[in-house]
Design a protein around this ligand. Structure first.
Ligand code: NA7
Length: 537
């Protein structure tokens, strides 16, 4: 075990868990403010979600000029993206570039997973332990552990008996995987499946997709990045970032979003707007009108439009019907694809409906579902994540009086601003539940949280304070607010991972907060009022 700063008996100012985009920027910020910080990272390199999600076709569906750090002008000017939507290897290369450029690695311990964090009330410090037996002490802990970092592998009977290789999209091997000549099964039809299925289909001899819920997907229309567009953005990159921060989901300022109601538009106007957004491609589809995620009737119009597209793209009527979702569009995360629906026109690709029965069993030879056994040589689980709370709850986190976080969150995550939990002083979560996080461009949300946490730590130091904790009343009001906002939208109306509904037994609470600008304003107001809603000691 290598000795690191922090296990020498002297408490760190700041221990950061995770070296994805959140942990990397938090480290940069801590150093900039003169704090002694160390990052503990389970993987062997930086990149977080982009380190783990190496499945074929993995790509960001926020445009690359937006899905990147804005905190350093030289960095954003010098980095060149090759495509409108960057693929996983390029985003990982970017993360590595940032780590090298700012010499971040010297303060990151790789290959160590934080297993426990216990608060020592008397000393007002956190004791943190890793799976390698390392023990560290820190005044503050920042969980930069990501929202989608604990794989959800369903407990299907017989899963261990499968004779061929098994993969989870979120834990993909680092060595190339070759499906040539194989009969491949994919379980799941969320974003990871929608991206990987067309690519796997190009290699596999036979591809069988097991679908529990059909998914809405909008074409990416990915292309090499237009140099003229890049030059326009880079001519005023800071202004572009600022405009994006005022968008509801912190991206798409250049989208020509429309705030008018879909219900008030004429049928011809609606068709024209939807066609425009479909041709533009990407997640901006839901910005065709202002009420698509707010009003079930407006949403139904958008959903019908996508179903028409599916019928036009898929030749076999029965397959098209099976691929057509019935839940509200964007209620489960909207997908962005390159040739997803069209893949089902290929003669060696078949879709199996498991909505009624689920997967009955995995056998040594394949998968038993829909009353028969499908022979398979390789099996891909594109079954998603225990989102937003999974990674935090898999650690043994104990606050004041030894209270376990799992106990505190028994009925769902409770916190204030998605940033701090009452009873857990000096513990911050970046893009925690209750913050806009997964409903936004994650990097914008990450940067906003890191700036807020950095300013908070500097304020505490300047005021001679060393302890901050969310107040229970503020926390109660905040959770009520998050749920109140969600209840005025279409989001509670389906079994999404935003609600925890994809993990059997998980409490159903809508976790992310809708609306980035109002949230960022609230965080700024709380800080300006001397950290209103927090107890400072
Ligand atoms: P998602 O979006 O959670 O998708 C997981 C898929 O796996 C989804 O179709 C699920 O069906 C399906 N699933 C999950 N468990 C099972 C079981 N037990 N049997 C059959 N099918 C199952 O995860 P992704 O990795 O695709 O995407 C996660 C996010 O990453 C994405 O939203 C982007 O933000 C990036 P269900 O819909 O639950 O019926």
């Amino acid at each position: 075990m290598t000795s690191t700063r922090g296990d020498d008996g002297n408490a760190l100012d700041l221990l950061i868990v995770g070296a994805g985009f959140a942990g990397m920027y938090m480290l940069f910020k801590a150093r900039e403010l003169g704090f002694r910080a160390r990052v503990i990272e389970a993987g062997d390199d930086v990149g977080g979600t982009w380190y783990w999600n190496r499945y074929p076709g993995a790509r960001c569906d926020i445009e690359s000029l937006e899905y990147s750090y804005g905190f350093d002008e030289a960095l954003q000017q010098e980095w060149r993206w090759s495509e409108r939507f960057a693929a996983q290897p390029e985003i990982l290369a970017y993360a590595r570039h940032v780590a090298a450029r700012f010499d971040l690695r010297r303060d990151i311990t790789f290959g160590a997973r934080v297993t426990r964090a216990w608060f020592d009330d008397a000393a007002s410090t956190w004791e943190v332990g890793t799976d390698g037996g390392q023990a560290l002490r820190a005044r503050f802990v920042v969980m930069a552990t990501g929202c989608l970092s604990s794989a959800n592998l369903p407990a299907i009977p017989g899963i261990e008996t499968f004779g061929g290789p098994r993969y989870h999209t979120g834990q993909w091997p680092h060595e190339p995987v070759d499906f040539s000549g194989l009969r491949v099964g994919v379980i799941g039809t969320g974003s990871s499946a929608v991206q990987s299925i067309p690519v796997i289909a190009r290699q596999a001899r036979e591809l069988t997709v097991f679908q529990r819920t059909a998914t809405y997907s909008v074409p990416a229309h990915n292309a090499p990045l237009d140099p003229a567009y890049e030059a326009r953005v880079k001519a005023d990159y800071a202004g572009f970032r600022r405009r994006n921060e005022r968008m509801p989901a912190a991206f798409g300022a250049n989208l020509d979003a429309n705030d008018a109601s879909a219900l008030e538009a004429t049928p011809a106007e609606r068709q024209r707007r939807f066609d425009e957004r479909w041709r533009a491609g990407g997640l901006g589809f839901t910005r065709a009108f202002g009420d698509i995620v707010l009003d079930a009737r407006a949403n139904a119009l958008a959903a019908a439009y996508v179903r028409d597209k599916i019928r036009a793209l898929v030749r076999d009527a029965a397959t098209a019907a099976l691929l057509s979702p019935s839940q509200p569009v964007a209620c489960k995360r909207l997908c962005v694809d390159t040739g997803y629906y069209e893949t089902f026109n290929l003669p060696h690709v078949r879709l199996v409906d498991i909505a009624a029965t689920g997967i009955e069993a995995v056998t040594p030879r394949g998968v038993r579902a829909a009353g028969r056994e499908f022979a398979l040589d390789a099996l891909v689980f594109a079954t998603g994540f225990d989102a937003m709370t999974g990674t935090l709850l898999r650690m043994d986190i104990r606050g004041r009086g030894g209270l376990p976080l799992a106990e505190k969150w028994r009925a769902g995550p409770l916190n204030y601003l998605g940033l701090m939990v009452a009873g857990f002083p000096n513990l911050f979560t970046i893009t925690g539940p209750g913050s806009p996080s997964v409903l936004t461009n994650m990097i914008v949300s990450i940067e906003q949280h890191v700036r807020w946490i950095g300013a908070c730590l500097a304020w505490l130091r300047a005021h001679g304070r060393s302890r901050i904790e969310a107040r229970e009343a503020a926390e109660r009001d905040w959770v009520g607010h998050v749920n109140g906002v969600a209840s005025r939208t279409i989001f509670p109306g389906c079994n999404s991972w935003y609600l925890g509904a994809n993990v059997p037994g998980k409490v159903r609470v809508f976790m992310p907060l809708l609306g980035f600008p109002a949230y960022a304003d609230k965080c700024a107001a709380v800080a300006a009022a001397g950290y209103e809603g927090f107890a400072v000691a």
